[in-house]
Ligand binder design. Structure first.
Ligand SMILES: [Zn+2]
Length: 287
């Protein structure tokens, strides 16, 4: 089983080709390697030095042969990193119509934990807040022979904000997703980058579970955008709705099992209402 220490040699994080040659990682595991490298760098800045002893290493060494090593790793990391990091807020301030107050930014950071119970969706929210996905413009700075244009609209210098918000096809998809999320949740929503990307909704009276549903709807769309990063079109609306419905069913199921154990029962009715509303739609499986 892969241990964090296996990735290091003489206190320096080994490169991916080195790990493949040594048989430590498989050729197809580059994305996993990159995700671990990115998180290590963000947390400790330790790509070129050994990580300090921490509970994380204890967690990794006690996972055993679990298949959930990456999920467990994400969860442990995300729970320890809801503090603000240098330059991250500044990147958003540079592109948003209005700069964020410190208080609003802290609210945005809390969404990493609140968007979903699912560690992968939390990690997606983390990557959006930190603008971690490499845009064509950023890749071109590293590899000058690549093209910095948007794969969807051919905008000449496609940065992260363009890829997740400004690009016309993506923006239209956001409008549609927001409109349907508003219909299902019976809550007025305006498609703004603050609300859709950062989870900030000003002066709202929606209940906690309605908020969680809206956050879930948006983060599912964000994950689809990320998984269709180089596609020539935006992710399909129907796949978003199916995914949201399935995750909402799972949420209702979790609340139901908690209820059976005599624990928390708040919100179950709300989630059931959302699931019924989605299942009644005729656009989940288009002809
Ligand atoms: Zn574009």
């Amino acid at each position: 089983m892969l241990q964090l220490g296996d990735l290091y040699s003489c206190s320096v994080l080994r490169t991916f080709p080195e790990l493949v040659t040594a048989g430590t990682m498989q050729k197809g595991a580059f994305l996993t390697f990159n995700a671990i490298r990115l998180l290590l760098n963000k947390i400790w800045g330790v790509v070129d030095s050994e990580p300090p002893e921490s509970s994380l290493l204890t967690i990794i060494s006690t996972i055993g042969n679990s298949k959930c090593i990456i999920t467990t790793l994400y969860k442990a990391l995300l729970e320890g990193i809801c503090t603000t990091l240098p330059n991250v807020k500044a990147r958003w301030d540079a592109v948003l119509p209005t700069p964020l107050s410190q208080e609003t930014w802290i609210t945005a950071l809390t969404t990493i934990k609140s968007v979903s119970r699912n560690p992968r969706l939390r990690y997606t929210q983390f990557n959006y807040l930190h603008q971690s996905y490499l845009s064509p413009a950023r890749i071109q700075k590293i590899y000058p022979h690549t093209t910095p244009t948007c794969p969807r609209c051919a905008t000449p210098a496609a940065d992260f904000y363009h890829m997740v918000w400004e690009c016309q096809t993506i923006n239209l998809a956001w409008q549609h997703v927001t409109e349907v999320t508003a219909e299902i949740s019976s809550h007025t929503l305006v498609p703004t980058p603050d609300s859709c990307l950062l989870g900030i909704r000003h002066r709202t009276k929606a209940g906690k579970h309605t908020h969680r549903f809206i956050d879930l709807g948006f983060v599912v769309h964000k994950r689809l955008i990320a998984t269709h990063w180089k596609a020539p079109h935006a992710p399909s609306y129907a796949s978003w709705l199916r995914e949201l419905c399935s995750r909402s069913q799972a949420e209702a199921q979790t609340l139901r099992s908690l209820q059976h154990r005599g624990l928390n029962l708040a919100g179950l009715e709300t989630w059931d209402t959302f699931v019924v509303a989605m299942e009644a739609r005729d656009d989940m499986y288009p002809p």
